[in-house]
Design a binder for this molecule. Structure first.
Ligand code: SAM
Length: 354
């Protein structure tokens, strides 16, 4: 299958590793929760051909436009949805897109968003302090900078930005409010920390922290992981690429917890949790980019990939979701093809409900 390339400048990170971890197979059904410029999605469609299907989600309408152009040649196999992955379950229910063989999350922002002159993600261009992935979101970076109290702003910059100079930066921000543009904010931060220190620009960490806060990235991640679990078929794979230590910790702890049979505190004399292990880690260690990838694409340097496989489909929600899928009054064409459902039923050995 040939995939038409548009003028895409985002280089997909850990591409081969992600495809391998997803165990992409012909005829499989996959969700890319962070479509971006469609780099991973294109590879998934290529590897799952013939018969593969992809649901691609992105909160950013611009990303959907770019990815649609890129995936034009596969448009019959790809359904692209402009929404937040925090709504993953309802999106899948709406399009009858479950259970699936694999779900990918490649977190954070794309190089296209970073390079945009208007979105305010970067202090390389002067732009309004926006940083929203979606224009439908209410709170912008300017709202946070100009209205949040000192303690809340310090928490964001210290925790999400892992910034040692958070107090100095916030004190200076509060003195200089209102702050409307990226370059104005970058200058204030530079002054607050007394000029450049080390290789990275002193505003880098604060900008990262603001983006995480604006897009509620650390709130949406645990939610989407939980939802993903209920959409995976037996032996379906969950693959997450993260770029921030707090995100990686959430993913690691989620996969560890869901791989355990009992999650009672160690001092509990008998198990009372009734927890069932429903994941199996695919790799013993976290996967990071090779030196060659980092040299070719420096943006990949902080990437961490974790993958797990669904080993049981025993929880109630999953049973109900599968039941809904098989009992659905399917149409002859499009996303509800009976032949596809039949194939999936065999693939997942799912119970057939009448
Ligand atoms: C690193 S990029 C993905 C790049 C993509 N894998 C590729 O190969 O082109 C992350 C994308 O996820 C999107 N994104 C981040 N958080 C999201 C969320 N909560 N819901 C939907 N999309 C989100 C961003 O808008 C961005 O386009």
């Amino acid at each position: 299958m040939s995939l038409k390339m548009s003028a895409v400048t985002h280089i997909p990170v850990l591409l081969d590793e992600a495809i391998e971890a997803l165990a992409v197979q012909p005829g499989g059904r996959y969700i890319d929760c962070t479509l971006g410029a469609g780099g991973h999605a294109a590879a998934i469609l290529e590897r799952s051909s013939p018969g593969g299907q992809l649901l691609g989600i992105d909160a950013d309408p611009e990303a959907i436009k770019v990815a649609s152009a890129r995936l034009e040649a596969c448009k019959d196999s790809a359904l692209l949805v402009n929404d937040n992955f925090a709504h993953l379950q309802s999106i899948c229910l709406k399009y009858d897109f479950f259970p699936v063989h694999g779900i990918l999350l490649d977190l954070g922002l794309s190089s296209l968003q970073l390079a945009s002159n208007e979105r305010g993600f970067s202090f390389q261009h002067d732009a309004p302090l926006d940083m929203r992935f979606s224009p439908t979101q209410e709170i912008t970076a300017a709202d946070i900078i100009n209205t949040f109290p000192e303690s809340k702003l310090t928490h964001i910059i210290k925790e999400y930005g892992e910034e040692d100079y958070s107090h100095q930066i916030v004190r200076r921000i509060i003195q200089k409010r209102p702050i409307r543009t990226t370059l104005h904010l970058a200058k204030i931060i530079e002054q607050a920390v007394g000029g450049r220190r080390g290789r990275i620009h002193p505003a880098t960490r604060t900008f990262q922290a603001l983006r995480i806060a604006v897009n509620q990235e650390l709130e949406h991640l645990p939610s989407v992981l939980k939802q993903a679990l209920s959409l995976l078929g037996f032996e379906g794979r969950l693959v997450v690429i993260s770029y921030h230590s707090l995100e990686d910790r959430i993913v690691k702890q989620f996969m560890q917890r869901e791989s355990k049979g009992c999650i009672c505190p160690p001092q509990a004399p008998v198990c009372v949790c009734d927890h069932i292990a429903c994941l199996r880690p695919v790799n013993k260690r976290v996967i990071t980019p090779s030196a060659a990838e980092v040299e070719f694409n420096p943006r990949s340097r902080s990437a961490k990939l974790r993958a797990a496989e669904r080993i049981t489909i025993e929880d109630d929600y999953h049973k109900a979701a599968e039941g809904l899928c098989w009992a659905m009054d399917v149409e002859a064409e499009g996303w509800r093809r009976p032949s596809l459902l039949k194939k999936l039923r065999v693939a997942f050995s799912a119970p057939q409900l009448n």
